[in-house]
Ligand binder design. Structure first.
Ligand code: IVH
Length: 669
């Protein structure tokens, strides 16, 4: 390619990928398969690597990150980032309304209500339609420009398509980690022995400040915008500004509402009090803004906050109860978690008896004493938390809690690494919950999927001296299982059948199951596909491990260390002897045609000419996409014999095309 041709090709790929990204993230549609999309992206990544000077400012490769920022530039905000006054009752809100009415000298006015999103505020600057800066709040006057990390947010336009835009403008909003992503992230961290994060907001905040934007991209942050600033925006009301942002394809939460008076505002507040729990992110209140911008100017600002807006904070449901004691749980990796044992109390629909206290720092922060009355809350998360001590009720004779020094399970002295908040029991090989925890990890659905075994059975197997490591499971015989409490002929047969069936689990699953620290499901998959077999993986050097996708120093070290241990080598050879899969059967799907280019399919029922898995492969090989559930964005439901009536009904309702096996074959032609 000549340089002008390369330039043209880069422009074409950039536009194409941005078009498909936009279609997918803004409109929930797709015109090409994931495979085709990845191909385009790969091509662009390679070209940008070879010709970095030709990379465009709105390049979609920034979405997957890869930029390392050692220090974020500290820059001044063009308009200071103020905070909002808070109110907690209808009375206080009516007082605000009176102040507004007075400030506007009896002129009529309207309000615009939005939810108060519990994330991290961000200010985004656009020049000539291009996103140029993404600045954190900082102290309100200056903040950090975290642009590389902001660009990983898929719903955020890097370039505004609309032609009719001001030369320069700024939008502000809230970056957040969707609740679902937060839970998944924590589950993954738990699985690989990393400390879990306390809440989504702080995690989002920490994520925005990470140096490696590729890591940020994996976390899948999202963003809602709620404020448009600039000199040439040509809008007279906040509502117009919101509509304008929507038309420029910024993501605005659809929960807003214009209210004609404070009574309507109160109704809005009531409406969302419960319903907000169903939203994809945490919210902690409502923001009420005077809608008309010239009225906003008339009302102005105090030193800290606008007089034209206020926040109404929902009361977090909170109760006070007695802290009866603290117990300590030891997990698979030896991490110790303190748990508050509470006098049972009714809170938001359930009786609460226990709450996690996370680690020793948290106990110190709360300054807990056994016998204290503590406040317990349920936030957006399901697990209750102790938020503070009711000091008015404290008995002065109570002594501060001293954290345990020895493992409550095996008596070994606990250790605490310098940079970690958790205490650990180092007795990996002899501490009961660590041993049984490793087996529970091994059998879980995401790993070997032995559902005939549960935690209680594993504990019994261990207590009877029958199972100490996963490999022991494959040596169990009928007589031994019959020794378990409640096990009869049939349950024994089922248990052994489940263990036997697990031998078919993929190498990817086996690699996750053996519980190498920091090797979660995704990393296990990448390692298995990169090294292809256990043998190759075990003999890989530290440097070779680093060459695998997703593998950094921490993981490479952990994997290398794991396979160096004699006990682990022995365990692996026993698992091999038992007949587990030690080779990856993954093959890159070969593309035959693009006859189904980008169309999505759900298959249901049974077919004459295909097994279900085969039909899925055919769809992918012809450029289509297989989805698991029927939704509005689905293109076809391929209905075989005995198609589920619920699926069919849903497809009919949503106007999804229902096709037979024969009609599907017509599509291939
Ligand atoms: S408007 C002049 N709207 O709450 C301030 N803020 O305590 C204009 N926030 O820093 C802010 N949801 O981070 C506004 N719908 C919303 C909001 C919102 C959350 C945050 C924002 C702000 C803080 C104020």
């Amino acid at each position: 390619m000549t340089p002008p041709e390369t330039r043209k090709e880069i422009q074409k790929l950039t536009d194409q990928i941005n078009y498909h990204n936009n279609l997918y993230y803004q409109k929930n549609k797709s015109e090409i398969s994931d495979y085709e999309f990845d191909q385009l992206l790969e091509k662009l990544i390679q070209l940008e690597k070879d010709f970095p000077e030709l990379k465009l400012p709105d390049s979609p490769t920034q979405r997957v990150g890869g930029t390392i920022t050692k220090e974020f530039p500290n820059v001044a905000h063009e308009y200071p980032m103020l905070s909002l006054g808070n109110t907690y009752s209808a009375e206080e809100l009516k007082d605000f309304d009176s102040r507004v009415a007075k400030g506007l000298d009896g002129e009529p006015y309207e309000y615009f209500c939005e939810l108060k999103f519990d994330g991290v505020s961000i200010s985004l600057k656009y020049e000539n339609g291009m996103l140029t800066q993404g600045i954190t709040r900082g102290d309100g006057v200056r903040g950090d420009d975290v642009i590389a990390n902001v660009k990983t947010i898929r719903t955020l336009p890097l370039k505004i398509k609309s032609k009719n835009i001001p030369h320069k403008f700024e939008v502000r909003g809230e970056v957040f980690l969707p609740k679902k992503n937060f839970e998944l992230l924590n589950k993954e961290r738990e699985d690989i022995g990393e400390e879990t994060y306390a809440n989504a907001r702080n995690t989002a905040s920490g994520t925005l400040k990470m140096q490696d934007s590729a890591e940020v991209a994996k976390r899948k942050l999202d963003c809602y915008l709620y404020y448009l600033l600039g000199e040439e925006n040509n809008v007279e009301t906040h509502e117009e500004a919101i509509k304008k942002m929507e038309s420029w394809e910024f993501q605005v939460s659809p929960t807003y509402k214009k209210c004609r008076n404070i009574q309507e505002v109160l109704k809005y507040i009531e409406h969302w009090e419960e319903k907000r729990n169903d939203l994809p992110l945490e919210t902690d209140g409502v923001v009420i803004k005077v809608n008309n911008l010239s009225q906003q100017r008339q009302l102005g600002f105090t030193a800290k906050s606008p007089r034209w807006a206020i926040a109404y904070k929902y009361k977090a449901e909170s109760v006070s109860t007695r802290l009866n004691g603290i117990t300590y749980q030891v997990g698979r990796t030896g991490a110790v978690t303190p748990v508050a044992e509470l006098e049972p109390v009714f809170l938001a629909g359930t009786t609460v008896k226990r709450a996690s206290l996370h680690n020793a720092n948290e106990i110190e922060r709360l300054d807990l004493r056994i016998g204290d009355y503590v406040f317990v809350e349920k936030g957006g998360e399901i697990i209750p938390k102790v938020t503070s001590v009711d000091l008015a009720r404290r008995d002065e004779k109570l002594k501060p809690v001293s954290y345990i020094t020895h493992c409550p399970e095996c008596g070994t002295e606990l250790i605490r690494h310098e940079d970690e908040a958790n205490h650990y029991c180092p007795n990996e090989k002899g501490c009961r919950p660590q041993i049984t925890g490793r087996i529970v990890h091994f059998i879980q659905r995401k790993a070997m999927d032995i559902d005939s075994l549960g935690e209680k059975t594993i504990e019994q197997l261990f207590d009877l001296g029958l199972v100490k490591t996963p490999a022991d499971l494959y040596d169990l015989n009928k007589e031994e299982v019959l020794r378990l409490e409640g096990f009869k002929e049939l349950s024994t047969k089922n248990l052994l059948k489940g263990i036997e069936a697990s031998k078919a689990a993929s190498f990817e699953a086996v690699l996750f199951a053996i519980g190498i620290r920091f090797v979660g499901k995704t990393v296990a998959e990448k390692l298995a596909r990169h090294f292809k077999s256990m043998e190759n993986l075990m003999s890989a050097t530290y440097e070779q491990l680093l060459e695998a996708p997703e593998v950094g120093e921490k993981i490479a070290q952990s994997v290398h260390h794991f396979f160096e241990q004699k006990e682990n080598q022995l365990e692996i050879s026993r698992l091999k002897k038992a007949g587990l899969q030690f080779e990856s059967s993954f093959k890159e799907p070969e593309k035959i045609s693009n006859a189904l280019g980008g169309k999505s399919f759900v298959i249901s029922g049974t077919f004459q000419n295909y097994e279900r898995d085969h039909l899925k492969e055919v769809i992918v090989a012809h450029g289509g996409k297989v989805l698991s559930s029927v939704s509005g964005k689905l293109d076809f439901l391929v209905a075989g014999e005995n198609t589920g009536p619920a699926k069919r009904e849903k497809a009919e309702k949503l106007g999804v095309k229902i096709i037979s096996e024969q009609e599907f074959e017509q599509l291939l032609k």
